[in-house]
Design a binder for this molecule. Structure first.
Ligand code: GLU
Length: 470
């Protein structure tokens, strides 16, 4: 870690480990990651775990797993704020010594009463500066036995402004900002203060984060200035809305990144979709991770909130599924198939996914479809048998079984055999194809019947036909 201004770009992702990594956090992380990569810089991961009540090791692990899954490995960290307490105390002491912070002995009740008074006068509720040292001012006597908080001596006048990388110029009147508490009576540092010390110590040059932090930024800037630190650039990314325009939440479907792994989305598709959600490169909808890194800039981050679109995510995922080789796809599908009770070795899984992938949007759909070939066969349901295995259909099936028994069982010869039976009997495709599907798969709808028969294999098909005809 360094405290000197750094010419090399350094970004950070600073999640609070109070739950799984949600889509909004993942997208912010992705922007910080891509920005660092684009500039050949450093991407730092910092775990903001000072809220000990709500932070859990499981949540830390979930965040690490999600970042790993999305391929956003940090160059430095994870750093844990709880392991940096001594450093924060040290900086608090420095600020007290420098006079940029001061002890305040007011009780929370007294501060509340000040706020009440301000409200009653139609003013902004705030700490009234009772303990703020000023030249020529006499401070009240220190109440015996009371532990003070430490407050930052915020400038009373002027404005704090920055040119936000996303939103453009933003400014706050310093008069609107309270003298922020930076350490509690027990000496523990507060949220904004830890962020400031960390961004400083970690030499962060560019902070990209959610726009729920805009109000923290002027406070952080003022503390950084008081410390004599070089300011990072800030960019505040608008939030993600659900398809109905409300803040994205569980009501709209999964918001936990790892849930998307479970549901059969590819990390490449998630990265592509998340990046495009709030950032653009011309009209490009599909781009690789390398292109994202090459093209990423903050100028094309959207100023307005973006909307989660599950249909588009599915479309992007379907694209990446089709891009993958059948063998790789089979390797992704095999464990999912096994979890459903299927046997990945029961058929040529690469050929199976090759057949199914044009119509699938997720790995789970592929696994589901592959059960037709690799799952247990439960026989033909009675009502389907009654409806579709009529006497005429049975005749046609017998013909097919006899004719195909001597074929080489390629898809082409199976197709030729089917056509031969249709011609000989003067019937149409559905009159044979549907009974065949029912007899051999127990379903009326499958992919192309010749392909299904070829992949199931001669032995299984003839056995099942025999059973259905018995
Ligand atoms: N820990 C904060 C959060 O999870 C982020 C702080 C920051 O990026 O400055 O919302």
């Amino acid at each position: 870690m360094t405290q000197t201004p750094n010419s090399r770009v350094r970004t950070r992702f600073a999640p609070s480990p109070t739950g799984f990594l949600h889509l909004g956090g993942a997208r912010t992380a992705l922007f910080s990651w891509a920005f660092a990569r684009h500039h050949g810089g450093v991407f730092v991961l910092r775990i903001e775990d000072t809220d000990v009540e709500r932070s859990t090791p499981e949540a830390v692990q979930a965040i690490l797993d999600s970042m790993d899954w999305l391929g956003m490995q940090p160059d430095e960290g994870p750093f844990y704020q709880m392991q940096r307490m001594d450093r924060y105390r040290e900086v608090v002491a420095q600020m007290l010594a420098a006079g940029t912070a001061y002890h305040c002995y007011c009780t929370p009740e007294e501060v509340e009463a000040m706020r009440e008074r301000a409200r009653a006068q139609g003013l902004k509720p705030r700490y009234d500066g009772t303990w703020r040292p000023e030249q020529g001012k006499t401070l009240p006597p220190v109440p015996a036995g009371r532990q003070p908080v430490v407050r930052f001596k915020n400038p009373l006048t002027g404005v704090t402004s920055w040119n936000d990388m996303v939103k453009g110029p933003i400014s706050f009147d310093n008069g609107e900002l309270d003298d922020l508490i930076i350490a509690r009576p027990d000496g523990t540092p507060t949220y904004n203060f830890c962020v400031v010390v960390d961004d400083w110590d970690m030499g962060i040059t560019h902070v990209l984060r959610g726009d729920d932090h805009v109000n923290n930024t002027p406070r952080q800037i003022n503390i950084l200035r008081a410390l004599g630190a070089t300011l990072p650039e800030y960019g505040h990314v608008p939030m993600i809305l659900g398809p109905d325009g409300e803040k994205l939440s569980k009501r709209h479907g999964a918001v936990n990144v790892m849930e998307y792994d479970k549901e059969g989305y590819l990390p490449e598709a998630m990265v592509n979709y998340l990046a495009r959600l709030g950032w653009s490169h011309g009209d490009d909808e599909l781009f690789t991770r390398a292109q994202l890194v090459e093209w990423f800039d903050t100028r094309h981050l959207s100023k307005s909130a973006s909307q989660w679109d599950p249909k588009k995510l599915n479309w992007v995922n379907a694209h990446y599924l089709r891009q993958m080789s059948d063998a790789d796809l089979a390797a992704h599908v095999a464990p999912r198939l096994a979890r459903r009770g299927g046997d990945p070795a029961a058929a040529d899984l690469a050929a199976v996914v090759g057949l199914l992938k044009d119509r699938a949007e997720t790995l789970e759909q592929l696994a589901e479809g592959a059960m037709l070939f690799c799952g247990p066969f439960g026989g033909v349901p009675a009502e389907l048998a009654a409806q579709h295995l009529t006497d005429a259909a049975r005749e046609a099936l017998r013909d097919f079984a006899r004719e195909s028994a001597t074929s080489d069982w390629s898809r082409e010869s199976l197709s030729a055999t089917i056509k031969k039976v249709l011609a000989a009997r003067g019937i149409k495709m559905p009159q044979l194809a549907i009974p065949l599907r029912v007899a051999v798969t127990g379903q009326t709808q499958t992919p192309a019947i010749d392909a299904v028969l070829a992949l199931l294999g001669k032995e299984k098909v003839l056995q099942r036909l025999e059973a259905a005809l018995a």
